[in-house]
Design a protein around this ligand. Structure first.
Ligand SMILES: [Zn+2]
Length: 202
């Protein structure tokens, strides 16, 4: 890692008080660090686990339908295809965005940020920081696909002959979302700016 002089001031993550280089916040008692300890290691561990879980999430069945004793399974892709076939393209787009595009974009984006910090890649820090905030922001919407699945399942269950419920991939999806969100939470974005030799003014 790059060598960085210890700053004279520290920011409290609990109450946002800027204080001297003390070990604890004088106002709320939160432990203070120049940078979150082991931020990169935690972030990598969570991100790699999330990336591995993307495979069962995308290949295992996500919904299970039972119609007159006959059970059929849908993966996320066959689900999207049947939504399009059943003339529900808007829901298909929501499911594709929330289930496929967003989790993959989050894993790729976080990998890019972590590699930039670790390998000191000369990428735009401003752009990566913006991307990091977008990742954090979309996190709160990423349970949308599970929400769609539960709504579709309960709508289908109203027509009593067909019974729908979530299958294993739904759990993996929830874990991917949770782990990518935690990986973003563990990462100290200030590490990106430590790569700059001179103080940055934008
Ligand atoms: Zn504080």
């Amino acid at each position: 890692m790059n060598v960085r002089p210890s700053p004279k001031l520290r920011l409290c993550s609990g109450c946002e008080l800027t204080t001297g280089a003390k070990s604890h916040c004088p106002r709320c008692g939160t432990a203070l660090f120049d940078r979150r300890p082991n931020s990169l290691q935690y972030s990598w561990a969570l991100l790699i686990t999330a990336a591995i879980l993307l495979f069962p999430a995308n290949t295992l069945p996500i919904t299970q339908f039972t119609n007159q004793g006959l059970t059929t399974y849908d993966t996320i892709y066959s689900g999207i295809v049947s939504l399009v076939d059943n003339e529900m393209p808007a829901i298909a787009v929501i499911v594709f965005t929330a289930s496929v595009a967003v989790p993959i974009a989050k894993v790729i984006g976080l990998t890019l940020i972590l590699l930039t910090i670790q390998r000191q890649w000369p990428l735009s820090k401003t752009r990566l920081t913006r991307y990091f905030h977008i990742i954090e922001f979309i996190g709160r919407w990423s349970m949308l696909d599970l929400f769609v699945i539960s709504i579709v399942a309960s709508l289908i269950n109203m027509g009593q002959l067909l019974h729908a419920k979530p299958a294993p991939a739904a759990t993996y999806f929830a874990l991917v979302i949770l782990l990518t969100q935690l990986a973003a939470k563990c990462l100290d974005p200030r590490l990106l700016w430590d790569l700059e030799k001179k103080p940055h003014h934008d």
